[in-house]
Design a binder for this molecule. Structure first.
Ligand code: NAD
Ligand code: MG
Length: 392
């Protein structure tokens, strides 16, 4: 069997590191041909020395130059690429079969679309890419003949509950239920959310993740982005997507079929499960996750998401029903607001104010090209930053 040649975009992040962990368990099946990171030269250097990929990509030239020099010093044959188009170039490279899209934010859109257009097996962790890309992203997947495999645990759960033949999905699904842990502030007094610090927001009860998604989990904007992601991945109407808080994170999501039979996927909360499924689909390989022991698991419980505590959740349905491009606006506003919060320039409870106001104020324009979407993203960021500064 030929080994799958894998490119990991965002290899130094939480998903990237977990991906390499799964790959390491199956050297006979996978070969790492490209790695990428934004700024952590030490980490990427370590990964390059361990995996000897053909390419390492760092978009910023100064970081790339440092990595290049240190790799050369170590006698490594890895070639370092930099510049704006390098990520898309490796994602579409003819010697790459599989692309793990694990960059955080809209920065991952162009490389993910490049992988889609080049017909790769595309493992999508980078939910912002599909939220920003919407119809354009899905068209790229279809036209490129790519195999799009969800890595977000909820979407992997839905995908695992559905038949392999996508053509029957529409006739089988009544609706889906995305489960949410409720994050670190599920039971905190909403009156006190103004004082939340970045450290508190990033301390997730069930998952260890990057900072941006951790803040999104605390506001439940993560679930809002996942509603939009599900709309595109499974071609659903907004009203076919429901959200339920399930604090134990054991049921990763559910499909309610036409006949009201409910299919769920369960497991310990470990991202290596969806990653392993993406890598091996339609087969199954070991992932390193521990076994789910239902006898020692606390009882499974469910709650409605509180609209006062989590006002951002509903922006997803609002954006999906508004003009095309509204989800791009919502994502850009949220990226800016989260960044401002992490830099202690915006209060936690004002992230929502920035997001909601941007949805009101920013009129989407042309959404038919990456350039159009990125221009809308940039335009929204300027406005969101202004709003955040005014609120700070
Ligand atoms: P992270 O912050 O840990 O890692 C992000 C990676 O992207 C790093 O390698 C970083 O160097 C790179 N990166 C950041 N900005 C970049 C830019 N502008 N250009 C190029 N590269 C850049 O994030 P993460 O938690 O691994 O999440 C990655 C993506 O996966 C996010 O979209 C997140 O929503 C999604 N996701 C993560 C988890 C999880 O458990 N961590 C679960 C589901 C979905
Ligand atoms: Mg998720």
């Amino acid at each position: 069997m030929n080994r799958q040649r894998v490119c990991v975009l965002g290899s130094t992040g939480s998903i990237g590191v977990n991906t390499l962990d799964v790959i390491e368990r199956h050297p006979e099946r996978y070969e790492v041909v490209a790695l990428s990171a934004m700024s952590r030269v030490d980490e990427l250097l370590g990964q390059c020395l361990k995996w000897t990929p053909r390419y390492a990509v760092m978009p910023v030239q100064t970081a790339a130059a440092e990595l290049r020099a240190r790799l050369r010093e170590a006698g490594s044959p890895t070639e370092v690429l930099d510049g704006a188009d390098a990520l898309a170039a490796v994602a579409a490279h003819p010697d790459v079969d599989t692309v793990m899209a694990a960059i955080v934010g809209a920065a991952g859109l162009a490389p993910a679309i490049a992988a889609a257009r080049a017909g790769k097996r595309l493992l999508l962790a980078n939910k912002e890419a599909i939220v920003v890309g919407g119809a354009l992203f899905m068209r790229a997947v279809e036209e490129g003949g790519a195999t799009l495999l969800p890595i977000d645990s909820e979407h992997s759960a839905i995908f695992q509950c559905l038949p392999e033949d996508r053509r029957v999905w529409a006739e089988r699904i009544d609706h889906i239920v995305l489960t949410a842990s409720g994050g670190p502030f599920r039971s905190r007094d909403p009156q006190t959310l103004a004082d939340v610090t970045p450290e508190q927001a990033c301390a997730h009860p069930n998952w260890v993740m990057g900072r941006k998604i951790s803040v999104d989990s605390a506001t439940m904007m993560n679930k809002a982005l996942e509603v939009i992601e599900a709309r595109w991945l499974f071609n659903l109407a907004p009203e076919q997507i429901r959200v339920l808080i399930h604090p134990q994170s054991i049921i990763h999501s559910m499909v309610v079929c036409r006949d009201q039979s409910v299919l769920a996927q369960l497991g310990t909360p470990d991202m290596r499960v969806p990653i392993a499924y993406g890598l091996s689909f339609p087969e199954r390989i070991t992932s390193g996750a521990s076994r789910l022991d239902l006898l020692t698991t606390p009882s499974l419980s469910f709650e409605e998401a509180d609209a006062v505590r989590f006002p951002g959740l509903h922006l997803s349905w609002q954006a999906l029903r508004a003009a095309e491009g509204s989800t791009t606006v919502l994502n850009a506003a949220n990226e800016v607001a989260v960044e401002e919060f992490l830099n202690r320039r915006l209060r936690f409870d004002r992230i929502h104010a920035v997001n909601a106001q941007c949805l009101e104020d920013v009129q989407p324009g042309d959404c038919s090209s990456i350039e159009g979407l990125l221009a809308l993203d940039a335009r929204t960021r300027v406005h969101a930053l202004e709003l955040a500064r005014r609120l700070s």
